[in-house]
Design a protein around this ligand. Structure first.
Ligand code: ADP
Length: 667
């Protein structure tokens, strides 16, 4: 038995943090690796040591197997955990780790190779008696053979790259006329993404569910499955919310799928954690692929079985027998995992980058949050924009769903657009609540734009809370100024409203972003017992901010959170958000409103359009320049009314992250 003393984690983000936590709990020392973009990342801070492996792009850092191996040698690590993605399913890397005398936390290179190609794995599974989706997975690739196969199984069919992953190189074909174009398109995409354009044809199973089985094998020939996960809630073939166990599963079907999955693992002498993915149509299930690594959604299995799968991986890799036998494993309750992404669901899930100025997760213990970021960290252009996984466990599905909704409501993010509202919106649909969904349900839903937004038109209550925040901030700034002035006790710096001149009135002007910038005037008069009497436009509101951060509005006390970034104020009340922009000519220097200066590229990319030239006068929000990055267009707009003083690039130019594009002066 080889005990692991020091483990290098060849990954980043939440999964690196997740692995580090389990290793540390087992008394194993941990070594992180990081790119320049991640030098202060959470996984780096959590690990006992951290080694730089290169610049931001993954192809120059996390994907460089030699550099990762060097880092392991240098730190005298005796094992490497690849996480998921990156090098986790790279057979050559697994081999190199072993050759270097270290333990690879995963299956043998041979098992990775057997399962790496969808077509080869289907051939193998056919031999092992595992049911397959009907179709063609042979070696011959001319269009005639693919087309004959499609006709034989009848349309609709799915053209699928055998080297595929992440939903790439896949086309649904409904009618024969579209087949050739789909094959050509899928081949082009597969060649570009995987350097391999071999195709398979599968019967497209409409209205099927994605149900996968977690399996585990050890080096002594033992196998178990840890039941199934339902990952049918997908957008564009990518998982969004996963759950365990699968709704509607019968004991007989569970046993049949579990046995099929274990047979699949046994067929390749599988060691470690693996996932056998099936499509389930009625009571029939069909193998689609096996993932030879830990899966993103493994926490739902951990929740219902009470096991720590990373700990299992480490023990099995060190040569121990599986910690449990099949009969020891039982399902307890129900679990969900929601993937929180920095992306805009209303803009085709456009990935967002930037700083997480405000990030708050529910503070009770009812949700498990797997994350790689903390407030103030940023989501960069280089990696997957996942912010966190929110995992809940309940006594049954309804209980777990309630917990998921509460956890999503209790999560607050400021600074970036995310899919948080979208996730909550999904959990509120009757179809999801009753589990009447299939893998293409979400794509068919065609939610009208903005359907998921929880940004509300302002109420007098929300406006008063935003005004309280502005006044409190004025107070802080005034204190700073007073401390620096000759007479720090000057009544001019008092902000409690008791000015000698105007009997303590303060005006706050706010405009409501969700209501086409409708302007609100809040007049505040300090109340002798604390807080303020506000007139929000013409509505009287009595408002007070308490020391613990609660607010009292007209005698009702509750928790509200306010976040201000530049001149934007977001008020969080329960599951709702209100967003104001703050306009106050008298408040110079109080809110660092971005108006003048350079407008910079939010990410590296190419300039595709320039709408202005030096000297142009523009209104707030006017489009200035368009940058294409991450395959999407980003329009840089005027932050205020003003004048363009310089345009530094022309269409076609390539720009770096943070590069000033336009110099702007607010009027
Ligand atoms: P990838 O490896 O790119 O993720 P998979 O083969 O795992 O591709 O399939 C991803 C998703 O695509 C599945 O979860 C399912 O929603 C859909 N899918 C794949 N094959 C089929 C099929 N034959 N019929 C219907 N849907 C399918």
């Amino acid at each position: 038995m080889t005990a692991i003393r020091r483990l290098l984690i060849a990954n980043r983000g939440e999964i690196a943090c997740r692995v580090i936590a389990s290793a540390q709990a087992m008394g194993i020392e941990t070594v992180a690796v990081y790119s320049d973009a991640d030098k202060n990342a959470r996984h780096v801070r959590m690990a006992d040591q951290a080694v730089r492996v290169g610049p931001g792009p993954a192809s120059e850092s996390y994907l460089l197997s030699d550099v990762i191996l060097d880092a392991a040698r240098k730190t005298e690590s005796d094992a490497i955990h690849p996480g998921y993605g990156f090098l986790s399913e790279n057979a050559k890397f697994a081999e190199a780790v072993q050759k270097a005398g270290m333990i690879f936390i995963g299956p043998s290179a041979k098992a990775i190779r057997s399962m790496g190609s969808k077509s080869a794995s289907k051939a193998l599974m056919q031999k092992a008696g595992v049911p397959l989706v009907p179709g063609y997975h042979g070696a011959k690739q001319d269009n005639k053979i693919l087309s004959d196969a499609a006709h034989e199984i009848s349309f609709p069919v799915l053209v699928k790259a055998s080297a595929g992953g992440g939903g790439k190189g896949m086309r649904i074909v409904k009618v024969a006329d579209d087949l050739n174009a789909a094959i050509d398109g899928a081949k082009r995409e597969a060649l570009a993404s995987f350097g391999d354009d071999r195709m398979m044809i599968e019967k497209y199973l409409t209205k099927s569910r994605h149900v996968e089985v977690q399996v585990f094998g050890d080096q002594h020939g033992n196998y178990v499955h840890l039941f199934e996960r339902d990952c049918s809630l997908q957008r564009r073939h990518q998982k969004v919310i996963e759950e365990a166990p699968a709704p509607g599963m019968t004991p007989a079907l569970r046993q049949a799928m579990g046995e099929a999955a274990v047979n699949a693992a046994r067929a390749v002498d599988y060691v470690g954690a693996g996932t056998v993915e099936f499509l389930l149509a009625g009571k029939d299930f069909y193998f689609i692929e096996m993932n030879t690594r830990l899966q993103v959604e493994h926490p739902v299995t951990e929740a219902i079985t009470g096991q720590d799968l990373v700990q299992w991986q480490l023990r099995v890799a060190a040569g121990e027998a599986l910690p449990c036998q099949q009969d020891d494993l039982t399902i307890n309750g129900h679990a969900f995992e929601a993937r929180l992404y920095a992306e805009d669901p209303d803009k085709g899930y456009l990935p967002q980058t930037g700083t997480l100025h405000h990030l708050k997760f529910p503070d009770d213990a009812s949700a498990r949050i797997d994350t790689g970021v903390e407030p103030g960290d940023s989501v960069s252009v280089f990696y997957d924009p996942m912010i966190a996984k929110i995992i809940v466990h309940g006594s049954d599905r309804a209980d777990a769903l309630g917990k998921l909704q509460r956890a999503l409501i209790g999560t607050e993010i400021g600074g970036l657009e995310t899919n948080l509202d979208f996730l909550l919106g999904i959990t509120e649909t009757p179809q999801f609540q009753k589990s009447r969904i299939d893998t293409s349900w979400l794509d068919r839903l065609k939610a009208p734009k903005g359907r998921w937004r929880r940004v509300q038109k302002s109420t007098s209550e929300a406006t008063a809370i935003a005004a309280l925040h502005v006044i409190a901030k004025r107070g802080n700034t005034a204190c700073l100024r007073a401390a620096r002035s000759e007479d720090p006790f000057s009544p001019w710096f008092r902000t409690d409203g008791w000015h000698s001149i105007d009997l303590g009135h303060q005006d706050v002007r706010l405009s409501d972003i969700a209501d086409t910038d409708a302007q609100h005037l809040v007049t505040a008069t300090a109340h002798p017992e604390g807080g303020y009497d506000f007139l929000v436009d013409d509505t009287p509101v009595r408002a007070q901010l308490l020391d613990d951060g609660d607010v009292v509005i007209d005698d009702v006390r509750f928790a509200a959170n306010v976040v201000s970034i530049n001149n934007q104020i977001t008020v969080f009340i329960r599951d709702l958000r209100y967003v104001f922009s703050f306009i106050d000519p008298a408040s110079e220097g109080i809110d660092n409103t971005v108006t003048d200066g350079d407008l910079t590229a939010p990410m590296p990319g190419k300039i595709t359009a320039v709408f202005v030239k030096a000297g142009d006068k523009v209104e707030r929000g006017a489009p200035l320049i368009v940058l294409e990055a991450m395959k999407m267009e980003h329009t840089i707009t005027a932050p205020a009314k003003g004048q363009v003083t310089e345009v530094r690039y022309k269409a076609g130019d390539q720009v770096e992250d943070g590069e000033p594009l336009v110099v702007f002066e607010a009027s």
